[in-house]
Unconditional design. Structure first.
Length: 297
């Protein structure tokens, strides 16, 4: 950030609330390492100010922005184009500005599949149980299906997201070779049975993070077989109750969402800069940030 000058190009993050985000730490560390003249800042932009925020991308000739809740769906009407994944998801988390033409992408699903692949668990040919079909679950399901997942069973509470889960399953069944189905999470017998037959169990809900740190959708370690991969998209706290339960069952492949968060950021970084994000530098910057936070605690 000490290299900011008259040629520095701005990239943003528009969401509300967003001041807690690790994204500025990630991207600015990567820019500095690669000597790229960009700066990444977080902006508290809710739905009421979203249109003005998008207009600012063009007015200020920003390279782009990340988008998080509550803006992932609402931003679409203000953009010029969507890539295939964003169109299928009907959600955007990354915008690229090419000379005033704004294109929306979603990199959340790529973050999930890339992180699992790097950990030795490519999704192709696998069966997955997915809890939650909201902002994280939707791109995870669709991207995994696009990358060759053989089957996904989506479980969601009988609320407004259940309709979205059905929409996602329909898209997957129509546009990929993956078999998708939906069940209400309240059907615990079906949930338990599906996990017993799965290769991957992913919790893409907010359960496990504040104020639900002591809550897990699965509370019996006997639900998990020894070869199951358990993935919790929550990364704060670093070890959720679900992860503790899975480890108590003797599982060796239990992960939080930090790697997914980094990899989705790396995919956005590539779209903006054309460069590969230096992951090791980003991980070091996040660890340093964590250390400072713990000292304050």
């Amino acid at each position: 950030m000490s290299n900011i000058d008259g040629h520095t190009i701005l990239i943003g993050l528009m969401a509300y609330p967003i001041r807690h985000s690790m994204s500025p730490t990630m991207h600015n560390a990567a820019f500095e390492k690669l000597n790229l003249n960009y700066a990444y800042l977080a902006f508290d932009i809710d739905s009421d100010r979203l249109e003005a925020g998008v207009n600012a991308l063009r007015t200020l000739d920003m390279r782009g922005t990340n988008v998080s809740m509550p803006n992932k769906q609402r931003i679409i009407k203000y953009l010029d184009k969507l890539d295939v994944s964003a169109e299928m998801n009907q959600a955007v988390n990354t915008v690229v500005n090419d000379n005033g033409v704004l294109t929306g992408y979603t990199t959340d699903g790529v973050g999930f599949t890339t992180d699992l692949k790097k950990k030795g668990h490519p999704v192709a040919g696998k069966k997955m149980v997915l809890a939650g079909a909201g902002g994280a679950g939707t791109p995870i399901a669709i991207q995994s299906a696009m990358e060759g997942l053989s089957e996904v069973k989506i479980f969601n509470r009988a609320d407004t997201n259940l309709d979205n889960a059905k929409r996602v399953a329909k898209i997957i069944n129509e546009r990929t070779d993956c078999k998708a189905s939906v069940e209400a999470l309240e059907n615990q017998a079906a949930f338990k049975s599906a996990i017993a037959e799965a290769d991957i169990y992913c919790d893409a809900t907010g359960v496990g993070m504040k104020p639900l740190e002591d809550v897990s959708l699965v509370n019996d370690p006997n639900w998990f077989h020894k070869d199951l991969v358990v993935f919790d998209t929550v990364y704060s706290p670093r070890e959720t109750k679900l992860m503790k339960i899975a480890k108590s069952a003797g599982l060796k492949h239990v992960y939080n969402g930090l790697g997914m968060m980094i990899e989705q950021g790396a995919a956005a970084f590539k779209l903006w800069t054309g460069e590969d994000m230096p992951i090791d530098v980003v991980e070091e910057a996040i660890a340093k940030k964590d250390g400072h936070a713990n000292e304050k605690d």
